[in-house]
Design a protein around this ligand. Structure first.
Ligand SMILES: [Zn+2]
Length: 395
Protein backbone atom coordinates (compact mmCIF):
# COMPACT_ATOMS: atom_id res chain seq x y z
CA UNK A 1 0.00 0.00 0.00
CA UNK A 2 1.43 3.36 -1.01
CA UNK A 3 1.24 6.30 1.35
CA UNK A 4 2.22 9.94 1.30
CA UNK A 5 5.32 9.12 3.38
CA UNK A 6 8.51 9.85 1.44
CA UNK A 7 10.32 6.73 0.40
CA UNK A 8 13.83 6.20 1.83
CA UNK A 9 15.06 3.53 -0.54
CA UNK A 10 15.19 3.98 -4.32
CA UNK A 11 11.80 2.63 -5.48
CA UNK A 12 11.22 0.12 -8.23
CA UNK A 13 9.67 1.54 -11.38
CA UNK A 14 6.00 2.17 -10.67
CA UNK A 15 3.65 1.20 -13.52
CA UNK A 16 0.79 3.46 -14.59
CA UNK A 17 -1.80 1.29 -12.83
CA UNK A 18 0.02 1.33 -9.50
CA UNK A 19 0.73 5.04 -9.86
CA UNK A 20 -2.99 5.71 -10.41
CA UNK A 21 -3.86 4.05 -7.05
CA UNK A 22 -2.13 6.99 -5.34
CA UNK A 23 -4.65 9.38 -6.83
CA UNK A 24 -7.78 7.35 -6.09
CA UNK A 25 -8.40 9.27 -2.86
CA UNK A 26 -9.33 12.27 -5.03
CA UNK A 27 -6.81 14.67 -3.46
CA UNK A 28 -5.26 17.07 -5.99
CA UNK A 29 -1.47 16.71 -6.17
CA UNK A 30 1.32 18.58 -7.94
CA UNK A 31 4.08 16.93 -9.97
CA UNK A 32 6.44 17.74 -7.08
CA UNK A 33 4.06 15.98 -4.62
CA UNK A 34 4.02 12.90 -6.84
CA UNK A 35 7.80 12.87 -7.22
CA UNK A 36 8.17 13.15 -3.42
CA UNK A 37 5.66 10.34 -2.75
CA UNK A 38 6.98 7.90 -5.34
CA UNK A 39 10.64 8.83 -5.55
CA UNK A 40 10.36 8.53 -9.33
CA UNK A 41 12.04 10.87 -11.79
CA UNK A 42 10.34 13.95 -13.18
CA UNK A 43 10.22 12.38 -16.67
CA UNK A 44 8.62 9.14 -15.39
CA UNK A 45 5.97 11.13 -13.54
CA UNK A 46 5.28 13.21 -16.65
CA UNK A 47 4.82 10.00 -18.70
CA UNK A 48 2.44 8.50 -16.11
CA UNK A 49 0.38 11.69 -15.91
CA UNK A 50 0.10 11.89 -19.71
CA UNK A 51 -0.98 8.25 -19.92
CA UNK A 52 -3.69 8.76 -17.27
CA UNK A 53 -4.85 12.08 -18.74
CA UNK A 54 -5.40 10.29 -22.06
CA UNK A 55 -7.81 7.85 -20.32
CA UNK A 56 -9.77 10.76 -18.84
CA UNK A 57 -9.39 9.23 -15.36
CA UNK A 58 -7.33 12.14 -14.09
CA UNK A 59 -7.56 15.79 -15.01
CA UNK A 60 -5.95 19.11 -14.10
CA UNK A 61 -7.47 20.31 -10.81
CA UNK A 62 -6.39 23.94 -10.64
CA UNK A 63 -3.24 25.22 -8.98
CA UNK A 64 -1.70 24.64 -5.57
CA UNK A 65 -0.81 27.40 -3.12
CA UNK A 66 2.80 28.49 -3.56
CA UNK A 67 5.33 30.46 -1.56
CA UNK A 68 6.25 32.55 -4.57
CA UNK A 69 6.59 32.45 -8.31
CA UNK A 70 4.25 30.56 -10.61
CA UNK A 71 1.70 28.37 -8.83
CA UNK A 72 2.19 24.68 -9.76
CA UNK A 73 -0.61 22.78 -11.52
CA UNK A 74 -2.33 19.94 -9.67
CA UNK A 75 -3.88 16.72 -10.95
CA UNK A 76 -6.71 14.70 -9.46
CA UNK A 77 -8.81 11.60 -10.05
CA UNK A 78 -12.01 12.35 -11.96
CA UNK A 79 -14.64 9.91 -10.60
CA UNK A 80 -17.19 11.08 -13.17
CA UNK A 81 -14.99 9.93 -16.07
CA UNK A 82 -16.89 6.65 -16.31
CA UNK A 83 -19.80 4.99 -14.50
CA UNK A 84 -20.67 1.52 -13.23
CA UNK A 85 -23.99 -0.28 -12.98
CA UNK A 86 -24.68 -1.77 -9.55
CA UNK A 87 -27.38 -4.44 -9.25
CA UNK A 88 -28.75 -6.05 -6.09
CA UNK A 89 -31.14 -8.90 -6.85
CA UNK A 90 -33.13 -10.35 -3.95
CA UNK A 91 -35.71 -13.14 -3.89
CA UNK A 92 -38.55 -10.80 -4.89
CA UNK A 93 -36.93 -7.45 -5.43
CA UNK A 94 -34.39 -5.73 -7.69
CA UNK A 95 -32.49 -2.58 -6.89
CA UNK A 96 -30.24 -0.91 -9.46
CA UNK A 97 -27.98 2.13 -9.34
CA UNK A 98 -25.69 3.92 -11.74
CA UNK A 99 -22.75 5.31 -9.78
CA UNK A 100 -19.61 7.20 -10.64
CA UNK A 101 -16.17 5.70 -9.92
CA UNK A 102 -16.34 6.90 -6.30
CA UNK A 103 -19.66 5.03 -5.71
CA UNK A 104 -21.71 8.24 -5.68
CA UNK A 105 -25.21 7.24 -6.79
CA UNK A 106 -26.24 9.18 -9.95
CA UNK A 107 -29.55 7.39 -10.52
CA UNK A 108 -31.34 4.51 -8.81
CA UNK A 109 -34.31 2.27 -9.48
CA UNK A 110 -36.29 -0.23 -7.39
CA UNK A 111 -38.77 -2.75 -8.66
CA UNK A 112 -40.42 -5.99 -7.51
CA UNK A 113 -38.85 -8.85 -9.49
CA UNK A 114 -39.00 -12.56 -8.78
CA UNK A 115 -35.58 -14.22 -9.08
CA UNK A 116 -37.49 -17.50 -9.56
CA UNK A 117 -38.64 -16.23 -12.98
CA UNK A 118 -35.21 -17.53 -14.11
CA UNK A 119 -32.19 -16.08 -15.91
CA UNK A 120 -33.94 -15.90 -19.32
CA UNK A 121 -36.33 -13.33 -17.86
CA UNK A 122 -34.21 -11.64 -15.21
CA UNK A 123 -30.94 -11.00 -17.10
CA UNK A 124 -32.54 -9.32 -20.16
CA UNK A 125 -34.60 -7.26 -17.70
CA UNK A 126 -31.40 -6.16 -15.91
CA UNK A 127 -29.83 -5.14 -19.24
CA UNK A 128 -32.93 -3.17 -20.25
CA UNK A 129 -33.37 -1.48 -16.86
CA UNK A 130 -29.62 -0.75 -16.80
CA UNK A 131 -29.78 1.03 -20.18
CA UNK A 132 -32.81 3.04 -19.03
CA UNK A 133 -31.03 4.00 -15.81
CA UNK A 134 -27.90 5.12 -17.70
CA UNK A 135 -30.14 7.37 -19.78
CA UNK A 136 -31.81 8.70 -16.61
CA UNK A 137 -28.34 9.56 -15.27
CA UNK A 138 -27.57 11.40 -18.50
CA UNK A 139 -24.91 8.85 -19.55
CA UNK A 140 -24.75 6.33 -22.36
CA UNK A 141 -23.57 2.74 -22.64
CA UNK A 142 -20.16 3.95 -23.86
CA UNK A 143 -19.57 5.52 -20.44
CA UNK A 144 -20.14 2.20 -18.69
CA UNK A 145 -16.93 0.71 -17.26
CA UNK A 146 -18.31 -2.37 -15.55
CA UNK A 147 -21.19 -4.05 -13.74
CA UNK A 148 -21.35 -5.38 -10.19
CA UNK A 149 -24.20 -7.75 -9.39
CA UNK A 150 -25.36 -9.52 -6.24
CA UNK A 151 -27.50 -12.70 -6.30
CA UNK A 152 -29.50 -14.27 -3.44
CA UNK A 153 -27.60 -17.58 -3.46
CA UNK A 154 -24.14 -19.16 -3.47
CA UNK A 155 -21.88 -17.86 -6.27
CA UNK A 156 -18.59 -19.40 -7.35
CA UNK A 157 -16.50 -16.27 -7.27
CA UNK A 158 -13.91 -17.08 -9.93
CA UNK A 159 -16.56 -17.75 -12.61
CA UNK A 160 -19.46 -15.62 -11.34
CA UNK A 161 -21.77 -18.62 -11.69
CA UNK A 162 -24.49 -19.47 -9.11
CA UNK A 163 -23.98 -22.98 -7.71
CA UNK A 164 -27.09 -24.94 -6.61
CA UNK A 165 -28.88 -21.81 -5.40
CA UNK A 166 -31.85 -23.03 -3.31
CA UNK A 167 -34.31 -20.21 -4.11
CA UNK A 168 -33.21 -19.63 -7.73
CA UNK A 169 -34.68 -22.37 -9.96
CA UNK A 170 -33.03 -22.46 -13.41
CA UNK A 171 -29.94 -20.50 -12.35
CA UNK A 172 -27.56 -23.35 -11.48
CA UNK A 173 -24.20 -22.88 -13.24
CA UNK A 174 -25.57 -20.12 -15.50
CA UNK A 175 -22.83 -17.92 -17.02
CA UNK A 176 -24.19 -14.64 -15.63
CA UNK A 177 -21.07 -12.57 -16.48
CA UNK A 178 -21.02 -13.97 -20.05
CA UNK A 179 -24.71 -13.29 -20.74
CA UNK A 180 -24.87 -9.81 -19.20
CA UNK A 181 -21.42 -8.89 -20.53
CA UNK A 182 -22.57 -9.74 -24.08
CA UNK A 183 -25.62 -7.49 -23.60
CA UNK A 184 -23.76 -4.45 -22.30
CA UNK A 185 -20.19 -4.98 -23.50
CA UNK A 186 -18.33 -4.65 -20.18
CA UNK A 187 -16.88 -6.83 -17.42
CA UNK A 188 -19.47 -8.21 -14.98
CA UNK A 189 -18.53 -9.11 -11.39
CA UNK A 190 -20.95 -11.38 -9.53
CA UNK A 191 -21.14 -12.23 -5.84
CA UNK A 192 -23.76 -13.32 -3.34
CA UNK A 193 -26.04 -10.67 -1.83
CA UNK A 194 -24.51 -10.88 1.66
CA UNK A 195 -20.95 -10.30 0.46
CA UNK A 196 -21.95 -7.19 -1.47
CA UNK A 197 -23.89 -5.94 1.57
CA UNK A 198 -20.78 -6.44 3.73
CA UNK A 199 -18.61 -4.57 1.24
CA UNK A 200 -21.15 -1.75 0.89
CA UNK A 201 -21.60 -1.36 4.64
CA UNK A 202 -17.84 -1.43 5.14
CA UNK A 203 -17.02 1.19 2.51
CA UNK A 204 -19.99 3.43 3.39
CA UNK A 205 -19.80 3.41 7.16
CA UNK A 206 -16.86 1.49 8.64
CA UNK A 207 -13.78 2.09 6.51
CA UNK A 208 -11.86 3.13 9.64
CA UNK A 209 -11.84 -0.49 10.92
CA UNK A 210 -10.28 -3.43 9.11
CA UNK A 211 -12.25 -6.40 10.45
CA UNK A 212 -16.01 -6.51 10.12
CA UNK A 213 -18.66 -9.20 10.02
CA UNK A 214 -22.01 -8.41 8.41
CA UNK A 215 -24.88 -10.73 9.26
CA UNK A 216 -28.05 -10.64 7.21
CA UNK A 217 -31.13 -11.93 9.00
CA UNK A 218 -34.14 -12.22 6.73
CA UNK A 219 -35.79 -15.24 5.06
CA UNK A 220 -32.41 -16.95 5.49
CA UNK A 221 -29.28 -16.09 7.49
CA UNK A 222 -25.85 -15.41 6.01
CA UNK A 223 -22.68 -13.50 6.77
CA UNK A 224 -20.10 -11.53 4.81
CA UNK A 225 -16.55 -11.33 6.15
CA UNK A 226 -14.21 -8.33 5.85
CA UNK A 227 -10.75 -9.20 7.21
CA UNK A 228 -7.71 -6.93 6.93
CA UNK A 229 -9.84 -4.53 4.88
CA UNK A 230 -10.82 -7.01 2.16
CA UNK A 231 -13.78 -9.26 1.55
CA UNK A 232 -12.96 -12.94 2.30
CA UNK A 233 -14.80 -15.42 0.13
CA UNK A 234 -12.94 -18.63 0.91
CA UNK A 235 -11.77 -21.18 -1.66
CA UNK A 236 -15.02 -21.40 -3.68
CA UNK A 237 -16.93 -18.35 -2.44
CA UNK A 238 -18.86 -20.15 0.32
CA UNK A 239 -17.22 -18.47 3.34
CA UNK A 240 -19.67 -16.89 5.78
CA UNK A 241 -22.50 -19.37 5.27
CA UNK A 242 -23.43 -19.25 8.97
CA UNK A 243 -27.07 -20.15 8.29
CA UNK A 244 -26.24 -23.85 8.25
CA UNK A 245 -24.03 -23.95 11.34
CA UNK A 246 -25.56 -26.09 14.08
CA UNK A 247 -27.52 -24.70 17.02
CA UNK A 248 -26.99 -26.88 20.13
CA UNK A 249 -30.18 -28.64 21.25
CA UNK A 250 -32.00 -28.07 17.94
CA UNK A 251 -31.37 -31.53 16.44
CA UNK A 252 -35.10 -32.13 16.01
CA UNK A 253 -35.59 -29.13 13.66
CA UNK A 254 -35.30 -30.03 9.94
CA UNK A 255 -33.64 -27.54 7.57
CA UNK A 256 -34.32 -27.05 3.85
CA UNK A 257 -30.67 -28.03 3.20
CA UNK A 258 -31.47 -31.61 4.30
CA UNK A 259 -29.65 -31.35 7.61
CA UNK A 260 -31.18 -30.71 11.02
CA UNK A 261 -30.61 -28.10 13.69
CA UNK A 262 -29.28 -25.39 11.34
CA UNK A 263 -29.30 -21.78 12.57
CA UNK A 264 -31.50 -20.77 9.63
CA UNK A 265 -34.11 -23.40 10.51
CA UNK A 266 -34.30 -22.09 14.08
CA UNK A 267 -33.76 -18.33 13.93
CA UNK A 268 -34.41 -16.92 10.43
CA UNK A 269 -37.33 -14.59 9.80
CA UNK A 270 -39.12 -17.49 8.12
CA UNK A 271 -38.52 -19.80 11.10
CA UNK A 272 -39.74 -17.21 13.61
CA UNK A 273 -42.80 -16.49 11.43
CA UNK A 274 -43.62 -20.22 11.29
CA UNK A 275 -43.28 -20.56 15.07
CA UNK A 276 -45.54 -17.55 15.67
CA UNK A 277 -48.17 -18.76 13.17
CA UNK A 278 -48.23 -22.11 14.98
CA UNK A 279 -49.23 -20.13 18.07
CA UNK A 280 -52.11 -18.52 16.14
CA UNK A 281 -50.40 -15.21 15.40
CA UNK A 282 -50.60 -13.58 11.98
CA UNK A 283 -47.06 -13.80 10.61
CA UNK A 284 -46.38 -15.30 7.18
CA UNK A 285 -42.84 -13.99 6.68
CA UNK A 286 -40.05 -11.79 8.09
CA UNK A 287 -42.00 -8.60 7.38
CA UNK A 288 -44.96 -10.06 9.30
CA UNK A 289 -42.71 -10.75 12.30
CA UNK A 290 -41.40 -7.18 12.21
CA UNK A 291 -44.97 -5.81 12.04
CA UNK A 292 -45.97 -7.87 15.13
CA UNK A 293 -42.94 -6.65 17.11
CA UNK A 294 -43.64 -3.05 16.12
CA UNK A 295 -47.24 -3.34 17.31
CA UNK A 296 -45.77 -4.22 20.71
CA UNK A 297 -46.56 -7.92 20.49
CA UNK A 298 -44.89 -9.49 23.52
CA UNK A 299 -44.79 -13.04 22.11
CA UNK A 300 -43.24 -11.83 18.85
CA UNK A 301 -40.69 -9.66 20.69
CA UNK A 302 -39.68 -12.60 22.88
CA UNK A 303 -39.38 -14.86 19.82
CA UNK A 304 -37.15 -12.34 18.03
CA UNK A 305 -35.00 -11.93 21.12
CA UNK A 306 -34.57 -15.71 21.38
CA UNK A 307 -33.68 -15.84 17.67
CA UNK A 308 -31.05 -13.20 18.50
CA UNK A 309 -29.63 -15.45 21.25
CA UNK A 310 -29.48 -18.43 18.87
CA UNK A 311 -27.75 -16.29 16.23
CA UNK A 312 -25.42 -14.89 18.89
CA UNK A 313 -24.46 -18.40 20.01
CA UNK A 314 -23.24 -19.20 16.48
CA UNK A 315 -21.65 -15.76 16.07
CA UNK A 316 -19.65 -16.30 19.27
CA UNK A 317 -17.80 -19.07 17.41
CA UNK A 318 -17.23 -16.68 14.50
CA UNK A 319 -15.88 -14.06 16.91
CA UNK A 320 -13.41 -16.62 18.27
CA UNK A 321 -12.28 -17.43 14.71
CA UNK A 322 -12.17 -13.94 13.21
CA UNK A 323 -11.92 -11.40 16.07
CA UNK A 324 -13.90 -8.67 14.24
CA UNK A 325 -14.06 -5.06 15.51
CA UNK A 326 -17.66 -4.69 14.41
CA UNK A 327 -20.58 -7.04 13.80
CA UNK A 328 -23.22 -5.31 11.68
CA UNK A 329 -26.72 -6.76 11.70
CA UNK A 330 -28.77 -6.19 8.55
CA UNK A 331 -31.71 -7.77 6.74
CA UNK A 332 -35.45 -7.38 7.24
CA UNK A 333 -35.59 -8.89 10.76
CA UNK A 334 -33.07 -6.26 11.96
CA UNK A 335 -35.88 -3.74 11.38
CA UNK A 336 -37.64 -5.25 14.41
CA UNK A 337 -35.51 -2.89 16.49
CA UNK A 338 -33.38 -3.64 19.52
CA UNK A 339 -34.83 -7.07 20.39
CA UNK A 340 -32.76 -8.96 17.82
CA UNK A 341 -29.50 -7.14 18.55
CA UNK A 342 -30.05 -7.37 22.31
CA UNK A 343 -30.36 -11.16 22.02
CA UNK A 344 -27.27 -11.38 19.82
CA UNK A 345 -25.21 -9.23 22.21
CA UNK A 346 -26.33 -11.29 25.20
CA UNK A 347 -25.07 -14.56 23.68
CA UNK A 348 -21.89 -13.21 22.03
CA UNK A 349 -20.65 -11.45 25.17
CA UNK A 350 -21.49 -14.47 27.34
CA UNK A 351 -19.74 -17.00 25.12
CA UNK A 352 -16.64 -15.15 23.86
CA UNK A 353 -13.34 -14.49 25.58
CA UNK A 354 -12.87 -10.99 27.04
CA UNK A 355 -9.99 -10.08 24.72
CA UNK A 356 -12.19 -10.64 21.66
CA UNK A 357 -15.17 -8.68 23.01
CA UNK A 358 -13.34 -5.88 24.86
CA UNK A 359 -13.82 -3.43 21.97
CA UNK A 360 -16.34 -5.39 19.90
CA UNK A 361 -19.34 -3.41 18.71
CA UNK A 362 -22.56 -5.12 17.64
CA UNK A 363 -24.71 -2.65 15.75
CA UNK A 364 -27.55 -2.26 13.25
CA UNK A 365 -26.72 -1.61 9.59
CA UNK A 366 -26.26 2.05 8.70
CA UNK A 367 -26.39 1.72 4.91
CA UNK A 368 -29.48 -0.50 5.35
CA UNK A 369 -31.29 -1.31 2.10
CA UNK A 370 -28.68 0.65 0.12
CA UNK A 371 -25.77 -1.51 1.30
CA UNK A 372 -26.15 -4.04 -1.54
CA UNK A 373 -25.89 -1.60 -4.45
CA UNK A 374 -23.05 0.31 -2.75
CA UNK A 375 -21.14 -2.97 -2.40
CA UNK A 376 -21.91 -4.04 -5.97
CA UNK A 377 -20.63 -0.65 -7.15
CA UNK A 378 -17.46 -0.96 -5.03
CA UNK A 379 -16.82 -4.50 -6.33
CA UNK A 380 -17.11 -3.32 -9.97
CA UNK A 381 -14.96 -0.22 -9.34
CA UNK A 382 -12.22 -2.23 -7.59
CA UNK A 383 -12.04 -4.34 -10.72
CA UNK A 384 -12.12 -1.57 -13.36
CA UNK A 385 -9.65 0.63 -11.44
CA UNK A 386 -7.30 -2.21 -10.48
CA UNK A 387 -3.62 -1.68 -11.45
CA UNK A 388 -3.88 -4.37 -14.16
CA UNK A 389 -7.05 -2.85 -15.67
CA UNK A 390 -5.54 0.66 -15.68
CA UNK A 391 -2.33 -0.64 -17.30
CA UNK A 392 -4.43 -2.26 -20.04
CA UNK A 393 -6.51 0.90 -20.51
CA UNK A 394 -3.52 3.24 -20.65
CA UNK A 395 -1.39 0.98 -22.88
ZN1 LIG B 1 -29.36 -26.10 6.81
Amino acid sequence: MLTDAPSRTPPLALGTGDFFQLLRDGKPRTRADLIAITGQSRSTIATRIDALMSTGLIAPAGTAGSTGGRRPATFAFRPGARVVLAVDLGANHARLAVTDLASTVLAAHDEPLSIAAGPDVVLPWVARAGRDLLAAAGRDVGDLAGIGLGLPGPVEHSTGRPINPPIMPGWDDVDVPGILGAELGVAVLVDNDVNIMALGEYRAAWSQVSDLLLVKVSTGIGAGIIADGAIRRGAQGAAGDVGHMAVPGADHVPCRCGNTGCLEAVASGQAVAAALSAQGLDAVDSAGVVALVRSRGVTASQAVRQAGRDIGGVLASCVSMLNPSVIVIGGVVADAGEHLIAGIREAVYRRSLPLATQHLRIVASRARAGAGVLGASAMAIDHVLSPAAIDALAA
